[in-house]
Write a protein of this length. Sequence first.
Length: 251
Amino acid sequence: MTAPALALDGVKVNRAEVPVVHDVTLDAAPGAVTVVLGANGAGKTTLMDGIAGLAPVKAGTIKLDGTPIEKLPPYKRARAGLGYVEQARTTFRTLTVEQNLIVSQSGDGDLGTVYKLFPELDKRRNLQAGHLSGGEQQMLVLGRALVSAPKVVLIDEMSLGLAPMVVRRLMGTVGELAGMGIAVVLIEQFANLALDIGAHVHVLRKGGVVFSGPCEELRGDEDRLHRLYFGGPPLSAATEKDSGTTESEPE
């Protein structure tokens, strides 16, 4: 069995000293998309910030390629191979597309790969990032993560404010990132689009994991997703046994 690129064990993350995420255990495999779902306020972004070092991890371990990183500052986690695509689509607005990529480049990161994935950016490489459309800015943020030569990329709600056609285009690229051997951890509001490209899914509710299993278990099952997001009667013992998945109430 391939060792996980990212492994969390019993992780607890606070926000402004308030416990938000508790006892989260999950793995992300290289070359695969691991999906994290949940309603607004479930703790998804806080979990991502904890992994990236932007929110304090109060308990548990986070391992990147087998090495604990939970005590490292964010820049050392990035140097170790952790990329983070945050919701805000932060770019250097007065720098050109190419300059944005160059300042983020490290190790084996290749600008040519970014331009191959996003020919839209290739055509605009000399344009200031502030003049890009929302979809192009998201492509640039993904490209900046890619040129840092990551082993793991965290992607938080990249579809916010984008047209469905653009979202589908970006989802295809996320799948291509996994095809390069990168472990992708994806938070996404369009659950079924994420499940279509994902291998494994974890659902958070009230800061805890209430479901872990293959994406195919939840794909297209709106009723089950609603129950997992907002609560409801537990699965029958027979269903749990047949599915081979984990579904539980957080304490």
